[in-house]
Design a protein around this ligand. Structure first.
Ligand code: HEM
Length: 174
């Protein structure tokens, strides 16, 4: 039997490891301790992909915050085509980089609940953002949706940073 170091997924012949992580290297797919399938994106690109993802996270929320504030102030630039296209481009790249990291790390949204919660919050954020920028007609409704979207985004970021489905809410628990 060949053991492997679970942290590095590297076979370490002859080196004893604790029983809890001593698994057959050629375990069938789905077996406990099975090594993840090699990602199509080289793992060497992980730091670059993560940096890109996080940079786009900041760019995306900065643009949304500015557009939302402009809509509330009655400025027209927030909804002109080039600005809308820039927002779509940033968000598409952001999600693509997130999906790339997801694949690289072989995460599963149910097992890795922080990712599952992040994806659900992403849908909530998109709906709130759409209500804030165009769907709602009253200024009060838009302001509420805008504030809720910003809070949702912040929660999403804290879920990602803490790798915890509760995110920043965890800090409020005793
Ligand atoms: C399709 C959407 C998304 C997917 C699949 C995704 C997935 C991921 C993955 C797999 C990581 C790497 C975690 C790690 O290195 O351990 C990550 C990091 C991160 N994501 Fe996302 N993400 C998405 C959208 C977002 C959004 C919208 C935000 C903004 C709130 C966000 C904020 C972050 C942050 C701040 C990190 C860095 C966490 C750290 O430093 O460990 N992500 N994301």
């Amino acid at each position: 039997m060949v053991s492997f170091d679970r942290r590095a997924w590297i076979p370490v012949p002859g080196i004893p490891v604790p029983a809890s992580i001593h698994v057959p290297f050629d375990a069938p797919p789905g077996a406990p301790g099975e090594a993840p399938a090699a990602s199509v994106i080289p793992i060497e690109l992980y730091p670059t992909l993560k940096f890109t993802h996080v940079s786009l996270v900041v760019a995306s929320i900065t643009l949304f915050a500015a557009r939302g504030a402009a809509v509330l102030a009655g400025r027209l630039w927030a909804m002109v085509r080039p600005v809308r296209m820039a927002s779509v481009a940033i968000d598409t790249l952001l999600l693509a980089a997130g999906a790339g990291l997801w694949m690289q790390l072989s995460l599963q949204p149910v097992r890795d609940a922080w990712l599952g919660v992040k994806l659900v919050l992403l849908v909530v954020y998109i709906v709130l953002g759409s209500l804030a920028l165009k769907r709602l007609r009253t200024r009060r409704g838009r302001a509420l949706a805008y504030a809720s979207a910003l809070a949702c985004y912040g929660w999403m970021a804290s879920v990602a940073l803490l790798h915890d489905p509760l995110g920043a809410l965890r800090l409020l628990l005793p």
